[in-house]
Design a protein around this ligand. Sequence first.
Ligand SMILES: C[S@@+](CC[C@H](N)C(=O)[O-])C[C@H]1O[C@@H](n2cnc3c(N)ncnc32)[C@H](O)[C@@H]1O
Length: 217
Amino acid sequence: MTEPSYLRETRASYDTVAVDYAKLVPPAFEADVLGRAMLGALAEFVRAAGSGPVADVGCGPGHVTAYLHSLGLTAFGVDLSPRMVEVARRDHPGLRFDIGTMTALGPADGELGGIVAWYSIIHTPLDVLPAVFAEFHRVLAPGGHLLLGFHVGDERRRKQKGYGDHEMSLDVYLLPPGRIAELATRAGFVVHATLVSEPESLRAPQACLLLRKPTTS
Ligand SMILES: C[S@@+](CC[C@H](N)C(=O)[O-])C[C@H]1O[C@@H](n2cnc3c(N)ncnc32)[C@H](O)[C@@H]1O
């Protein structure tokens, strides 16, 4: 089967920027107080349920995976970009990172206690998101949590450069939280909490959407 062009573009773009991305983005994450608070909430819910490992899907250079690990979770990362996975393994040698895509994850049905997709669904066309949420629902245990981080809006932007002025060529979607919640609900999730931060200077508002797979369907 031919791979969709958005996956090829996303992989090639992040392969190009991986080394500089790892220098620039983890320090910004250190300053993301609200985002880290939501990751902390996910960690508490997963620990309380005692329900299995957490996948950081679209993990990039692995700093969020490492943060989840520091919160006492068994966390591992998955990313489409082999170069990102290489950098993640270099920077976090004690943790597991796999190459993979969010539409076909490795774990068996119900194996995971949690999933974090931190600014990684933002390159997936809206009409593919139902398949992504169905896959997240499949691999999560009943009672498991899903945390999505994304830029708020309702538009597609073409990204041509980034992370040290490297050439990139991919779409970035700004997403309406209500629409994303609706798609996730259709896939079987219930909304647990939504956090939307105010825009800052040139930065769009950011959303964290915490969802739960019900214990009974
Ligand atoms: C903006 S970066 C976010 C990386 C990291 N989560 C962070 O917060 O810095 C997006 C990452 O998602 C990955 N990604 C995008 N689409 C993906 C897909 N369909 N499956 C797996 N990874 C994907 C990209 O390769 C890239 O590393």
